[in-house]
Design a protein around this ligand. Structure first.
Ligand code: CMC
Length: 379
């Protein structure tokens, strides 16, 4: 007899995949990548090393890391056809729409797009992680009418992204701040966009299609779009004095306060713990103390009002202040999330293909039955 089906709205109580990439304990506020806690990685690792860890399930030796970085960075230059394509995009296009389309377009220029072998998929994962920063920076330069800056395959992803975006070398502190955010966002269990990517690859479609699914899923304000939502909120509030009235009004209306709450964490999001301290420092270094002070006040009010329900700041809350302090445009924040999560998404797709089974749940039908067909002439 087939097992009984049960309805689980939002799949909140369903385990839909096995993974050895990251582990979350939402009650205790724990996140580990391959068993290593996120705080240690944020303090000591780099995005490149973290990507190696997620893909190989172990830390590299120093020689392996050097080789991995060289190989990864060498993939960074964009295919000329993709640059030609983005030059035709409307300058007003929201960057996440542009990114979704450009990630998909990368597949047009990869002769291995439909090669399903494990080796080809590993190479595609490298290209996707290495090229996403260039896609975001190139579209931003295009929309601002500035010349596109080519990738430099001899430097780190965080540093090169800021260089391609701004046309000048970032300070080491800026590159380091971005690198930490990339480490913190690289993977997060079976979140909505990762699930989307796994559903797509499980049909034996290709990595580029799976990544286009993932970017489109991340874009939503209940997922990766929340960091932009946080910045909009801070801009709308405008000053520390206005925080109390704003937040109380939101709570009274039962509106969600962006950057708070999480489907899995019912304790402080471990990604936010270190980021909070870091955001304070970078805000002070860059003269953005006001943003940080507003955030701290929002957190205090939310703590009194909803901490008992397990609602705490999530990763987006303090990453918004960090990105704003780095001078990044608000509508690029979710793209930065995608740039980092590309490491996790591609790792999950490769994992899904190892012992793959089509992901195909059921739906509870709620419509009528036995309805007679009425010819159009009689309606
Ligand atoms: N502000 C105020 N109240 C909240 C919030 C919030 N941000 N989040 C949850 N609640 C309340 C909610 O009103 C509900 O209260 P009650 O039981 O009295 O009706 C209770 O907490 C449970 O909320 P829920 O919406 O049923 O929880 P969920 O698991 O379906 O949703 C969430 C999780 C992340 C979608 C939601 O917390 C939210 O919309 N937060 C704001 C958006 C946000 O910051 N998203 C980023 C998530 S972290 C980045 C990522 O991984 O994508």
């Amino acid at each position: 007899m087939p097992p009984a089906l049960h309805f689980d709205k939002g799949l909140a109580n369903t385990i839909a995949a096995e993974t050895s990439l990251s582990f979350i304990d939402g009650e205790k506020g724990v996140l580990e990548y391959v068993g290593i806690d996120i705080d240690s990685l944020a303090r000591h690792s780099t995005f490149e090393e973290t990507t190696f860890l997620l893909w190989h399930r172990r830390l590299p030796t120093s020689q392996e890391l050097g080789e991995f970085e060289r190989e990864l960075h060498a993939c960074a230059p964009l295919p000329p056809g993709v640059i030609d394509l983005l030059r035709g995009f409307p300058r007003s296009a929201p960057p996440m729409h542009a990114l979704r389309t450009l990630v998909s377009a990368l597949g047009l220029y990869d002769p291995e797009s439909d090669d399903p072998s494990a080796e080809a998929n590993a190479r595609k994962a490298m290209r996707l992680v290495a090229r996403t920063p260039g896609l975001i920076a190139a579209f931003d330069r295009h929309r601002k009418g500035k010349p596109i800056v080519q990738a430099d395959p001899t430097t780190s992803i965080a540093r090169d992204f800021l260089r391609m975006l701004n046309g000048v070398d970032p300070t080491p502190a800026m590159a380091h701040a971005l690198d930490i955010c990339l480490v913190l966002h690289a993977d997060h269990g079976l979140n909505a966009s990762t699930f989307g990517a796994r559903v797509t690859i499980a049909t034996l479609s290709d990595m580029y299609s799976a990544m286009a699914t993932a970017v489109g899923t991340l874009k939503g304000p209940l997922h990766g779009g929340a960091n932009e939502g946080v910045m909009h909120m801070l801009a709308e509030i405008g000053s520390v004095e206005r925080v109390d009235a704003y937040v109380q009004d939101k709570l009274a209306r039962k509106d969600k306060v962006m950057g708070f709450g999480h489907r899995v964490y019912k304790a402080y999001d471990p990604r936010a713990t270190y980021l909070k301290t870091f955001a304070e420092k970078i805000a002070a270094d860059t003269g953005n103390e006001k943003l940080y002070e507003m955030s701290k006040r929002i957190e205090a009010i939310m703590h009194d009002a909803v901490a008992a329900k397990g609602i705490y700041p999530n990763v987006d809350f303090y990453s918004a202040t960090t990105y704003a302090s780095l001078g990044l445009d608000l509508d690029l924040f979710t793209c930065l999330f995608a740039m980092s999560r590309m490491a996790g998404w591609t790792g999950h797709c490769i994992e899904q293909l190892d012992g793959n089974r089509l992901i195909r749940p059921h739906a509870e039908y709620t419509g009528p039955h036995g309805v007679p067909y009425v010819p159009v002439s009689d309606r």
